[in-house]
Design a binder for this molecule. Sequence first.
Ligand code: AMP
Ligand code: MG
Length: 403
Amino acid sequence: MISVQQAISIVGDTSPTPRPEEVTISDALGRILAEDIVADCDLPPFDRSQMDGYAVRAADIAVVPTKLKIVGESAAGRGWHNEMKPGEAVRIMTGAPVPAGADSVQQVELTRELDGGSVVEILETAALGRSVVKRGSEIQKGQAVLRAGEKINAGAVAVLASFGYAKVKVGKRPRVAILATGSELVPVDQTPGEDQIRDSNNFSISAYAELAGALVLRLPLAGDDVAQLTRQIAEAAERSDIVVTSGGVSVGRYDFTKTVLKDLGAEIFFERVALRPGKPTVFARLPNGTLVFGLPGNPVSVSVTFNLFARIAILAMQGAAETELESGTAVLSKSVKPAKDRESYLPARLSTNNNAELIAEPLKWGGSSDFVGFVRATALIIVPQATEILEAGAKVRIVYLPN
Ligand code: AMP
Ligand code: MG
């Protein structure tokens, strides 16, 4: 049995290299950059006023009140492109260029226009450079502002727009086929008969896969039939980069996933991980290169193992720099008794207490089948293997669940 970290490394090392594609800026949100974003101009592109007021020379208003002659107006998008001389002022708006000769802006609230707008009385002094954002002080032309591998969030879209990236190179989204095994399963729009339940794994896996950037293909339920499972996995492999199955990987009589993968000539990288929940997780590669994650059937095991392992492949295939779940440290709110033989990932809810500490509250849940209890989880508490008990107040490592 391998450790969780070993399994994560194997998935990372096995994931194919990303393929870039070009998308328009409107389709870029949530994608992974496949190129560095380089500034094509200084920001600001000119000395810019940060206030509505008067462009002045700070030396001219060292003694106040003082009167300056208004010689022009600089508005956003329509600057005043002459040389301002000593004793002069230019009326200026936020976002407008500061004229040559001026070195500061005094805000309008500290001034008063006289003589029908030909003279301004400055009521307060201003430090040299006040309310002027110098050209290139934010970003200089040629500077890399975002790096390949970063995820494009809403702020990054503004950066793309500012530097003229109407189109941007991103990692191609992997096609992920999702397939549930289990003769007890019926589709969501049916009422379960005797001994049956509705399939929920196909939906949670799809949701998490989409959060990771995958293009999802949801397949019909496969039952526990070797022939049908073989056919469906073989067909899915033709149309996808990754197949994610759930169920059928334990040691029960009708757990056929591994048999089928072996029959199809798959290379099995691991089939047992020292993890609770999720020990029987399978990771394999079919002869055509399609990766297969055979997740256990229990809904909570599915959420944990998908996010620990399958998510890595989906992100790596898009070229993401960060593929592992974001981790942190929190204070345990009540004691937990983990499984000693494996590393445990326990569902938890995070909050902040009055001392500004991050608190992890282990959720009361009925085990790996309790997906209703799991809904409230925002993180997983990592309990190392061979831990007897973790007392309330202990510092624990956590990983954040995607949302
Ligand atoms: P298995 O790993 O196939 O032995 O399944 C373990 C448990 O998970 C059983 O109680 C199954 O009924 C349940 N299960 C398996 N697949 C699903 C699914 N797609 N949706 C909901 N529960 C499932
Ligand atoms: Mg089953």
